[in-house]
Design a protein around this ligand. Structure first.
Ligand SMILES: Nc1nc2c(c(=O)[nH]1)N[C@H]1C(S)=C(S)[C@@H](COP(=O)(O)O)O[C@H]1N2
Ligand SMILES: [Mo]
Length: 529
């Protein structure tokens, strides 16, 4: 590309006016800025999806729409109908062209001023990106690099190129042919537009998935879950009874969060069934959905660890789908597969009994976050996630434990993964110093699908004392607990144990997470001053 005036004119009369040259240089620099930023954003979105990295153009458009007064929105819809988005993008394109030409013309007077103007524009786009939902600072990287590339292009092409023309100010005609200049300018703009297009193609499914997710209205259910008053004890520092989606622990083998456009999603039921069934997104959403509160639990959780969380899940019972397919005799396992190849082997019974194992589409009333399995995941009460909670689920193979294995089984984890009864102290923290007097020792306890009936606290190896429990929501969810401890000065050890509804207290026997879940009493030391 040659915009720097280095080429000499074929004919002396074939010169370009300074204004035209300025406009073309501005357009070319603008094309570099937008092209680089959009291309990088496309790759970034493909790689991270969930954390956004939106296209800067989309972000500016979105921010503009969000700030459009209602009368203008009404006018736009009334005038352009369903073409309102196309009109918006056309408006952005025209604005960009005008601004780019303006910057190029400004460069005729002051190169520094033009650079500052370009930087300001990039700054406005950055503000738009940051204003989008779930924006992260890293989403700014494509724009930052695009801006730097554009400024480099602007300073290079707007400056006199060689010693022979260095004395020629930009306000005088430059010795460059119209053909070369126009050709280079067009080439820069075409390359920029191509980069934008490639960025869109690369982001492809991710962007389609993100848009579908944004547009997805979570189905209403006949009987919404009501969190009982008193389930939360309201003690500072204790894990919220319902964990907000953004804080929910995440465990999976996916290096890159799978990008699933629900329009192309389907779930196949295969294996030992009377008839194979394929369920698509629209069909699933038309099914009667229900809500369940379930505490999800990772087998890798250490004693006292936080790889668990409680949420309200919206979905359709898996047993209904299995009924449609007709499970054949002899099957004892459902091997669920995700779009990225992860598999989980779940006892058939856990998916057909009355425990409401769900094909989940929403978490706490919101579409699933991409990292938690959008568009569809499994949630099975009472089992660790590695044998049940397949995210981005695409196949259910009805089979046997003899014939198939879930992903983690050949890697040293048990084929069966019922959740162990466990409890955790959230406050005070291990090693904390607290003031003498009444100290709230508090946390959560879980024994999914059996239920928690008691939590007991032991100070310095003394007697086990009953803690007060938060209200019981469901046997599938954890319970909060608190013990008002009369703390006296000195160093103390506090241990806890939960009791499940079978009457069985949590075992003191220490076990590591592998192969089937950690055990042992969570114990902390505190200093009372
Ligand atoms: N596709 C897929 N689904 C998966 C996993 C995975 O690696 N890939 N990990 C499972 C494990 S081990 C757990 S504990 C839960 C965690 O779900 P969360 O990340 O939504 O909390 O997802 C389960 N579902
Ligand atoms: Mo897990």
């Amino acid at each position: 590309m040659n915009l720097d005036g280095g080429a000499t004119s074929d004919r002396p009369g074939d010169r370009v006016s300074p204004a035209a040259r300025g406009a073309i240089v501005g357009l070319a620099a603008g094309a570099v800025t937008v092209g680089v930023a959009e291309l990088l954003a496309g790759f970034a979105q493909r790689a991270t999806w969930s954390s956004g990295t939106p296209s800067p153009i989309d972000a500016v458009g979105g921010a503009f729409v969000d700030r459009t007064p209602p009368w203008l929105k009404d006018f736009a819809v009334a005038t352009f109908g369903t073409h309102d988005k196309a009109v918006l993008y056309a408006g952005i394109a025209v604005t960009l062209v005008v601004l780019a030409c303006g910057i190029g013309l400004l460069a005729l007077r002051t190169a520094r001023g033009a650079l500052v103007a370009l930087a300001l524009l990039v700054g406005v786009a950055m503000a738009a990106v940051l204003s989008r939902p779930q924006a992260a600072v890293t989403d700014l990287v494509p724009l930052l690099l695009g801006g730097l590339a554009g400024m480099w292009a602007l300073s290079r092409w707007a400056a006199p190129a060689s010693a022979t023309v260095a004395a020629v100010s930009m306000t005088e005609p430059r010795p460059v042919s119209r053909r070369v200049l126009l050709g280079s300018g067009v080439a820069a703009v075409v390359a920029g537009a191509a980069a934008v297009a490639v960025g869109r193609v690369v982001a492809g499914g991710a962007r389609a998935g993100a848009m579908a997710r944004a547009a997805f209205v979570v189905p209403k259910v006949a009987k919404p879950v009501v969190v009982p008053a008193g389930a939360s004890l309201g003690i500072a520092g204790v894990t919220p009874f319902i964990v907000p989606n953004a804080d929910f622990y995440r465990i999976d083998t996916a290096l890159v969060v799978p990008q699933v456009d629900p329009a192309g999603w389907s779930l196949r039921v295969t294996g030992l069934v009377d008839r194979e069934v394929t369920l698509d997104w629209a069909t699933l959403l038309a099914k009667p959905m229900q809500e369940s509160m379930v505490t999800l639990m990772c087998v890798s959780n250490e004693v006292g660890g936080t790889l668990n969380g409680n949420a309200v899940w919206t979905g359709w019972p898996v047993r209904e789908l299995l009924r449609e397919a007709g499970v054949r005799p002899g099957a004892d396992m459902v091997l669920s597969t995700s779009v990225d190849g992860f598999t989980a082997g779940t006892p058939l019974e856990a998916m057909t009994d009355d425990r409401d194992s769900l094909l989940v589409v929403a978490q706490n009333g919101q579409p699933l976050l991409p990292e938690h399995g959008f568009p569809v995941r499994l949630v099975v009460p009472g089992l660790y996630g590695y044998v049940s909670a397949t995210k981005w689920v695409t196949e259910l193979k009805v089979t046997t434990f003899a014939a198939d294995q879930g992903y983690w089984t050949p890697r040293g984890w048990s084929a069966l993964g019922p959740v162990k009864t466990q409890s955790r102290i959230d406050v005070p923290r291990d090693g904390a110093t607290v003031a003498a007097g009444t100290v709230a020792v508090a946390g959560v306890a879980w024994a999914q699908h059996r239920g928690i009936t008691g939590v007991q606290v032991q100070v310095d190896g003394g007697p086990w004392v009953d803690a007060r429990l938060g209200a019981d929501a469901t046997s599938d969810a954890w319970r909060q607990w608190v013990y008002e401890w009369p703390a006296t000065s000195g160093r103390h050890t506090i241990a806890i144990r939960a009791v499940d509804a079978t009457g069985q207290p949590e075992t003191a026997e220490p076990a590591p997470p592998a192969p089937n879940g950690a055990s042992g009493h969570h114990t902390i030391s505190v200093t009372v001053s």
